[in-house]
Write a protein that binds this ligand. Structure first.
Ligand code: EPU
Length: 297
C-alpha cells in the first residue's frame, strides 16, 4: 500500500498531498508539497511510523513563522493541532501543562489577564508553544526557556519521554534536549509570581514592536541571529545602508533591517540570494557574517 492509502482513513489525521503550501508560512514563500495535520498523539505515532516505513523524511512546520519553505518541499511537513483544556488557563496557577500546538498569543492573553511574571518574554512571537520551545524563542524581555519546567516528547518509534529542564537545557535560540526525530507534544510552564504591573509592560512592549517592526507585512520575523549584544544584525544592516535592497519580490524592510518583506511571489531562491548579498556586505564592512535565525532548507 502507498503512504497515501495507509493514512487515508486514520482518525485524527488531515492529509493534504501535493498541496499549495504558500499560505502555511507567515513569509508566504511560493511552495508546493505534502502537509499532514495531526489532531491526536495516537494519530501522530501512526503517521511517524508510516513515514518511516515508506522512507519519507519529515519535519515540523508549527506555525511556519520561522521557516523559509522550498519551492518543492520533499519533506512531509507536520503540523499539530491538539485540543487543549480551556480550564487550564481559566485562572492563575503555579504550573500549566499545555499542548505543543497552543499559540503563544493565547499565553500572552493569559499573562495580560493574570500578570504571570516572566511570560512577557512571549509577547508578539508568532509561534506555537512547541516551535517556540524548540528554538528557545525570545524577545528583549527574555526567553521561553526560562519558563519551561519539563517537556514531553515522542520519538520516531512513537515512544514518549518526559524531560525535566536544567540550567543547561537552553541557550540563545537553541534547545539542547530535543533529539533528531523527536516531536514536542506538550510542556509544563511556570512563572515568577504574579505582578500587577505586567499587563502595562506587555502593552508598552507591543507598542514598541508595532513602531519598530513591519508586523503587517509577509515576513519571517528576524532573519539573522544577533552576533553579540553590540552587534545586532538590524543595526549593522541599517548602518550599511541596505534597507530597501531587493532580490525579486523580496526586500529588506525599511522599518527594521533584520526583517525581509515578501511583496508577493518571492521564493526561497530570492531569500538565499538576498541573505548572501547582505552577509557579503557585513563581512566587508564589519568583519562579521550573521547566522540565520530562520530555518531555510
Ligand atoms: N536598529 C537599527 N535599525 C534597524 C533595526 C534596529 O538601528 O533597522 C537598532 C535599534 O534602534 C536598536 C538595536 O538595533 O538599538 C536593536 O534593535 P531591536 O530593539 O529591534 O532589537 P533586535 O535585537 O533587532 C530582538 C529580537 C527580536 C525581538 C526584538 C525586540 C533577535 C535576532 N531579535 O531584535 O526578535 O522582537 O529584539 O524584543 O534576537 C525574532 O526573533 O524573530 C525577532 C523579531
Amino acid at each position: 500500500m502507498t503512504l497515501v492509502t495507509e493514512l487515508e482513513n486514520v482518525a485524527g489525521l488531515d492529509c493534504r498531498w501535493k498541496t499549495d503550501l504558500t499560505s502555511f508560512s507567515t513569509f508566504r514563500m511560493q511552495s508546493q508539497g505534502d502537509l499532514v495535520i495531526a489532531n491526536t498523539e495516537k494519530a501522530l505515532s501512526i503517521l511517524l511510523h508510516q513515514l518511516q516505513e515508506n522512507g519519507r523524511t519529515w519535519r515540523m512546520l508549527g506555525w511556519g513563522a520561522n521557516q523559509v519553505l522550498a519551492p518543492l518541499e520533499t519533506d512531509v511537513l507536520i503540523q499539530l493541532d491538539f485540543v487543549h483544556d480551556p480550564d487550564v488557563l481559566a485562572y492563575a496557577r503555579d504550573e500549566y501543562e499545555l499542548p505543543a500546538s497552543i499559540g503563544l498569543n493565547v499565553l500572552t492573553a493569559h499573562a495580560i489577564k493574570f500578570g504571570t511574571s516572566g511570560w512577557e518574554a512571549l509577547t508578539g512571537i508568532p509561534a506555537s508553544l512547541g516551535g517556540a520551545i524548540y528554538m528557545n524563542a525570545g524577545t528583549a524581555l527574555g526567553e521561553i526557556g526560562a519558563l519551561v519546567r519539563s517537556v514531553r516528547m515522542m520519538n520516531a518509534k512513537g515512544e514518549i519521554r518526559d524531560e525535566l529542564m536544567t540550567a543547561n537545557s537552553f541557550s540563545y535560540r537553541k534547545n539542547h534536549f530535543v533529539r533528531p526525530g523527536d516531536v514536542i507534544l506538550s510542556a509544563v510552564l511556570t512563572h515568577n509570581g504574579l505582578d500587577a504591573t505586567l499587563p502595562d509592560r506587555i502593552r508598552k512592549y507591543q507598542e514598541y514592536r508595532r513602531q519598530s517592526q513591519p508586523l503587517a507585512t509577509k515576513n519571517c520575523g528576524c532573519v539573522f541571529k544577533n552576533a553579540a549584544p553590540t552587534r545586532q544584525a538590524g543595526r549593522l544592516i541599517d548602518l550599511t545602508g541596505l534597507k530597501g535592497l531587493a532580490v525579486g519580490a523580496l526586500r529588506v524592510s525599511h522599518k527594521h533591517a533584520n526583517f525581509m518583506e515578501n511583496q508577493g511571489g518571492a521564493s526561497a531562491d530570492d531569500f538565499v540570494e538576498l541573505t548572501r548579498l547582505i552577509n557579503q556586505q557585513m563581512k566587508l564592512h564589519w568583519g562579521v557574517a550573521f547566522e540565520l535565525e530562520v530555518k531555510a532548507v
